[in-house]
Design a protein around this ligand. Structure first.
Ligand code: FAD
Length: 320
C-alpha cells in the first residue's frame, strides 16, 4: 500500500490500494472520512457544487487489479468497474450486442469527460444516465466485501436496496455483467427499428431529454425495446426510465400489460396513461414531477408507435 500525502494542511490523503480487498479494508478503517474515487468526474462536480464535502481520505480505485477489462464469458459480457465510458463506447461487443448502452454513453457528458469517467462511477452514483440502458439488458453487479467478491446482484435489486438505504456503503463495485441475450441475432442498430429481422419488427431506442440540446444533465431518460411477433403481438417488451435524481427503474407493470398483447394503435393512449401512473419521479427546480412524467410517457408511447409504423409499412395491420 502506498499513500501519497500532500503537505498542504487541508489536502486529502490519497491511497492507492493494489487490490479490491485492500481498498475495502481502507474504507472500513476510515468510514465516512473516506471516499472511493474512480474517474473523480462526478465527485468533482459535487465538491464544486457544495453538495458533498471533500473527505480527508481518497481511495483511488484506478490501480486495483482486474477492474479495467472487458471480456466475454459464457454468461455474457463482463465490464470492469474502472473501464471508462469512452472505452465502453468503442468496444465492438458492447456496440453489437448491447447497443443502447453505447447510445446512452454517447449522450453522457463530452468525450473528454468520457475518457476519464468510469462505468462503475456512473452506476454507483445511482442516477447515471447509462443506468436505464443497463436495466433494459438486465445487468447484474458483482461487489467486493471483506470476504471477497459476492454473488452478482441484479441491478434493479441493488437500486431498490440503495433507495431503501439498505446497502453496505463500503462495498466496491467490481464488475457490471450484461447477460447473454437470447434475442441477439441480427441486433445491429444503436437505435431505431432493426430491419435485419424482417419477420420480427423490432425497436431498441434510448432517449435523453436534458435542460439543453447537448452536453446537458438529464431531466428524463428512457430506454425501450420490443418486437412484434408473427401473430401481431408485442413480445420481449422492456421499458426503463431515469433522469435527473429519479431512481432509474423498469416499468414492470406496463411491460407485463403489453407482453403478448395485440400490437395495435388503440393501445397507445393506454400506454401513455400507464406510464403516467407507474412512473413517479421527484421534481426539482429544473423540472416538476408532472413534466417528467409527461415527457417519459410521450417518449415511450412514441417508441411503440414507431414500431407499429414499421409493422404497418411491412403490410401488418396496426390500426384500430
Ligand atoms: C462536465 C460533466 C458532464 C457530465 N455529464 C453527465 C451526463 O450527461 N450524464 C451522467 O450520467 N453523468 C454525467 N456526469 C457525471 C459523471 O461524469 C458520470 O456519472 C461518470 O460516469 C462518473 O464516473 P466517475 O468514474 O468519474 O465516478 P467518480 O466521480 O469517481 O465516483 C462517483 C461515485 O461513485 C463512487 N464509486 C465510483 N466507483 C466505485 C466503485 N467501483 N465501487 C464503489 N463506489 C464507487 C464514488 O465513491 C462516488 O461516490 C458529468 C460530469 C461532468 C464533469
Amino acid at each position: 500500500m502506498d499513500a501519497t500525502f500532500n503537505p498542504v494542511m487541508s489536502a486529502p490523503t490519497v491511497w492507492h490500494p493494489a487490490d479490491a480487498r485492500e481498498a475495502y479494508l481502507l474504507k472500513r478503517r476510515f468510514g465516512q472520512q473516506a471516499d472511493y474515487v474512480a474517474g473523480g468526474t462526478l465527485l468533482r462536480t459535487e465538491w464544486e457544487a457544495g453538495t458533498r464535502s471533500v473527505s480527508p481520505h481518497w481511495i483511488d480505485l484506478q490501480r486495483v487489479i482486474g477492474l479495467r477489462e472487458v471480456f466475454m464469458q459464457a454468461g455474457g459480457l463482463c465490464i470492469g468497474s474502472q473501464v471508462t465510458l469512452g472505452t465502453c463506447r468503442r468496444h465492438p461487443s458492447l456496440a453489437n450486442l448491447y447497443p443502447l448502452v453505447g447510445e446512452a454513453i454517447r449522450s453522457t457528458a463530452a468525450s473528454s469527460v468520457r475518457n476519464v469517467a468510469t462505468l462503475g462511477g456512473n452506476v454507483c452514483s445511482g442516477v447515471g444516465d447509462v443506468l436505464p440502458a443497463l436495466l433494459l439488458y438486465d445487468a447484474e453487479l458483482e461487489w467486493q466485501d471483506e470476504h471477497g467478491p459476492v454473488a452478482p446482484l441484479p441491478l434493479t435489486e441493488w437500486l431498490e436496496l440503495r433507495a431503501a438505504d439498505a446497502v453496505d456503503p463500503d462495498r466496491i463495485l467490481l464488475t457490471i455483467k450484461l447477460p447473454a441475450r437470447a434475442d441477439v441475432t441480427g441486433i445491429q442498430q444503436a437505435s431505431g427499428v432493426d430491419n435485419s429481422l424482417p419477420s420480427l419488427p423490432r425497436i431498441a431506442v434510448y432517449h435523453k431529454v436534458g435542460r439543453r440540446e447537448a452536453f446537458s444533465p438529464s431531466l428524463v431518460t428512457t430506454a425501450v425495446s420490443a418486437e412484434i411477433d408473427a401473430a401481431g403481438c408485442f413480445q420481449q417488451v422492456k421499458i426503463a426510465t431515469g433522469g435527473g435524481k429519479a431512481k432509474p427503474a423498469r416499468l414492470g407493470a406496463l411491460e407485463a400489460w403489453l407482453e403478448g398483447s395485440n400490437a395495435d394503435q388503440c393501445r397507445l393512449p393506454d400506454v401513455y396513461e400507464r406510464v403516467m401512473e407507474e412512473y413517479r419521479p421527484a421534481g426539482d427546480i429544473f423540472a416538476g414531477e408532472s413534466y417528467r412524467r409527461k415527457t417519459a410517457a410521450s417518449l415511450i408511447t412514441a417508441a411503440l408507435w414507431q414500431l407499429l409504423q414499421q409493422t404497418a409499412s411491412e403490410g401488418g395491420e396496426t390500426l384500430c
